[in-house]
Design a protein around this ligand. Sequence first.
Ligand code: NI
Length: 206
Amino acid sequence: MRQVRLVTWAAIVALVAALVGLWATGRLPVRLADVKGALNELPFAAKFGGPFTLTDQNGARFSSARLDGKPFAIFFGFTLCPEVCPTSLLELTKDIESLGTDADKMNYLFVTVDPERDRPEHLKTYLENFDHRIIGLTGTPEEISAVARAYRVYYEKVKTKEGYTVNHTATVYLMGRKGLLVSTLAYGEKTATRHKKLRALISGEN
Ligand code: NI
């Protein structure tokens, strides 16, 4: 009995040693390089967001390079969203108006998480309900998925009787002029707090 146990243990030790060997030489799916890559994800703000190219509500390609040097607010949603998106865009519209001429010192982006239904013409019609400075962006499902991943935005199609709806992150991300995450606006956040954050974003060095 004791001998059997020893043999079992020896087998386990040998197996572990073999796995460690494979891992170190990069033959296992989890490689040393990947672990180092994950560590490089820090600091969070420095790796949040990043360059993208999508299509705007006029059907033109829109590169994030056009945002260089100006802070921006970015929000993800979809035009058929029953409540959260129209409310957020209405709040943002009021914020923009309250900023006065300072409003032009930053950009405002609305990225659809429903690219199949939200084509440029749908975004255009929808955004006519809000401040005209809000830029609507769509793209291929792959392009949208990449941008959402970069901004850590969750979205998921959910079946309904009529077809589907999309659950999604409702946070507005406030990005500084260097493209780094500076702050966020939460859904339903107090007007005074929102304005304070937006003014800090515009006047800040980040
Ligand atoms: Ni929504």
